[in-house]
Design a protein around this ligand. Sequence first.
Ligand code: NAD
Ligand code: DAU
Length: 356
Amino acid sequence: MILVTGGAGFIGSNFILNWIAATGEPVVNLDKLTYAGNLENLVSLKQDARHIFVHGDINDRTLVSKLLEQHRPRAILHFAAESHVDRSIHGPEDFIQTNITGTFHLLEEVRAYWQSLAAAEKNAFRFLHVSTDEVYGSLGADDAPFSETTPYAPNSPYSASKAASDHLVRAYHHTYGLPVLTTNCSNNYGPYQFPEKLIPLIMLNALNGKALPIYGDGMNVRDWLYVGDHCDAICAVLAKGHLGETYNIGGWNEMTNLDVVHTVCAILDKLHPDSPVTPHASLITYVKDRPGHDRRYAIDARKIEQELGWKPKENFETGIQKTVQWYLDNMQWVENITSGTYQKWVDKNYGGRNVS
Ligand code: NAD
Ligand code: DAU
């Protein structure tokens, strides 16, 4: 049994679907179901006893303690977070509450549980903290990619809150011996991503003939990784990672935002020629830049590749093709998530069953 936090979000739900298919090992999924949490992502597991959904907050220590006692997980995979940079700029408080205070409360309950385990279980136990490359700040055009020894220099309230949580996780290892692992990953894309993030936002606006907003000059660079490759990397770190270490995860796939948007538009031109406005790229509109917008992220993924033998299976060309096709095939999911009816769907389908 493993316990996943934030398993109804984009990466967490991809992780649970892949994990249960690959290992069959049961998962307790603790998720607050914020605007970003969507149980419809996990509908294929609705009748599956290996997925136990618990509606709750990582800040609820009574609940976390009860879940640990009841299910006795061998590992915690901590995905739960407020994840969107723009939202952190408009209102940082939830980011502090969940990413910092929430991680602290979770760590405290996990520490108490871990200390109560018998020697063999205690040795085998793992706390894997899922974090981001944004903690390293911004690179210049000629700088070497981020490595695990790059100093932290977070620039947004989001990245600062993630950096704080990384430091807490590190401290619980060095102070209390908690067996932790931390991953710092680059930008993910793929199925079930909430359409506030660049790729799904562009795709859906393009399909609806709406402007495609490009912040600043569109030359900011991100290192894109298909979400399934991120999930595989997390499995590799959980199975083989060295305690107390951090692992950078990335796809060696640096692209400017403009290139990403043009690629998505070109795929849509082929797969969806009947959109209200074509070519889709004619909708590109330059808008005011994001405050403090990091110019470039790039990941040096040699450590995880060489030490743990992980490599991404998808390149951007194959991954983005699959992703666009997934959204075209799942327009009802998009409709539900954008209209807000998915909360009603949750109540209808999980009402009375979702609290452990
Ligand atoms: P997401 O916003 O899609 O999902 C977050 C999930 O956490 C949601 O289901 C939400 O309901 C849940 N949640 C939020 N606050 C909670 C709380 N207090 N208690 C319990 N559950 C809570 O995020 P994502 O994109 O899937 O990211 C998952 C993790 O991966 C985050 O920690 C993020 O920092 C990290 N990360 C994301 C990316 C990316 O490109 N999306 C890249 C690197 C790292
Ligand atoms: O690098 C990992 C991080 O990637 C994760 O930790 C975050 O959780 C995740 O949200 C993502 O952060 P970004 O800020 O890089 O992702 P976002 O999709 O918001 O933006 C990607 C780039 O596109 C960024 O340079 C801003 C730009 N952008 C974004 C939006 C939403 C636009 O130009 N227009 C837009 O409308």
